[in-house]
Ligand binder design. Structure first.
Ligand code: ASP
Length: 360
């Protein structure tokens, strides 16, 4: 079952400035926030920004109020960072980078500072970004020293002739371009380290021999938390998407997931939509999920909601779990997931951040 209904947003029926409430059936008419640059008698260009902070077994019963608040606060902050850029008339790529770097700097998410550990006890980070206007894209994989991998993905896109760079080569390029490098120990957090120890211990008694209930409980579900992503529609009508992750706990060193793969974890095309995925990367790669959604819309005439749901159903059919966020050029957005929760949120021209965690 796919949770997380899509919501129509960001644009009133006659193209007027909008975005107030996303509850289905409610009016979309709204006053833009102060400083939104509204001119009398003219409609604001609509804009919208949607983020995720990973999908997985995220249940109320296992969450302390303090921890839940920390996630809600950080997600709101990340939404407001994107909003700040868009509200000033900035473009999607700047908004995505502003928002994702904030989440990368937080230990709460499996990206940047809070990256999970590989089976070898190292941290290897992946990222990607795509511009829906030009179809330019940049990605970096297997990073061990780059503080903010999303910045490097953008540099690959904008300052190299390539789309994807990996490992040492990517880091050398980043260093030449002035990207901040850190000692690999920067990525050590006790929580992630303990997750690795628990999963290694549990591996001695492999999950295949356990009941489904046990397989879906900690520590086996703990690798599915915290990748971050953002999708955006800016005032100029352009779409963009970005994703950043530490991958999956206990991954073999050298393993690369869907997050830095253009068309799998990230995709943006002004003609259709912008998408960022999170979940079992291998399954998202095999289904080319992000591009699949764009193709279902472009070739199949499906709505964003239908295309996103169908693409995620396909992931589920082959055994994958996770979720995604997607937005189209009209400001419709979808946030489906087939796990118990997904950290997620959206913000539009009224500047009010909305954050959800569970199936709600
Ligand atoms: N998709 C990421 C990966 O496979 C992990 C995640 O989103 O949780 O690397």
């Amino acid at each position: 079952m796919v949770a997380g209904r899509s919501r129509r947003a960001f644009l009133g029926s006659a193209g007027a400035a909008a975005f107030a409430s996303f509850l289905p059936g409610q009016s979309l008419a709204a006053e833009p926030s102060k400083g939104a640059g509204r001119q009398r008698g003219r409609a604001l260009q609509p804009f919208g920004f949607v983020i995720h902070g990973g999908a997985g077994t995220i249940e109320r019963s296992r969450m302390t109020p303090e921890r839940e608040k920390a996630y809600r606060d950080k997600l709101s902050e990340a939404l407001l960072a994107g909003f700040g850029v868009l509200n000033r008339g900035g473009g999607c790529l700047d908004a995505i980078v502003a928002s994702i770097t904030l989440m990368e700097d937080s230990p709460l998410f499996n990206a940047g500072k809070g990256a999970v550990f590989t089976s070898a006890g190292t941290n290897e980070l992946d990222s990607s970004i795509m511009d829906g206007r030009t179809l330019k894209a940049g990605a970096a994989a297997g990073l061990k020293r780059v503080k903010n991998p999303i910045l490097l993905a953008r540099l690959v896109m904008e300052q190299s002739p390539h789309v994807m760079m990996t490992g040492e080569g990517a880091e050398t390029f980043g260093a030449q371009k002035g990207v901040e490098m850190v000692d690999p120990r920067y990525f050590h957090t006790d929580e992630r380290w303990q997750q690795l120890q628990r999963i290694k211990e549990a591996e001695k008694n492999p999950p295949s021999k356990k009941s489904r209930l046990e397989r879906e409980a900690p520590p086996f579900n703990e690798h599915k938390f915290g990748t971050v992503g953002a999708v955006c529609l800016d005032r100029a009508g352009n779409l963009g998407a970005g994703t950043s992750t530490g991958g999956m706990t206990n991954k073999r060193f050298g393993r690369v997931g869907d997050s830095p793969i253009i068309g799998a974890g990230t995709y943006a095309d002004n003609e259709t939509c912008a998408v960022s995925c999170t979940g079992d990367g291998e399954y998202f790669i095999r289904s080319a999920v992000a591009h699949d959604i764009s193709a279902r819309m472009g070739y199949g005439g499906k709505s964003l909601e239908q295309a996103a749901a169908a693409a995620l159903e396909k992931v589920g059919r082959i055994g994958g779990t996770g979720g995604l966020i997607a937005i189209d050029r009209r400001g419709n957005f979808a946030m489906p997931f087939n796990t118990s929760g997904m950290y997620r949120g959206w913000i539009g021209a009224d500047g009010r951040p909305h954050v959800l965690i569970y199936k709600e």
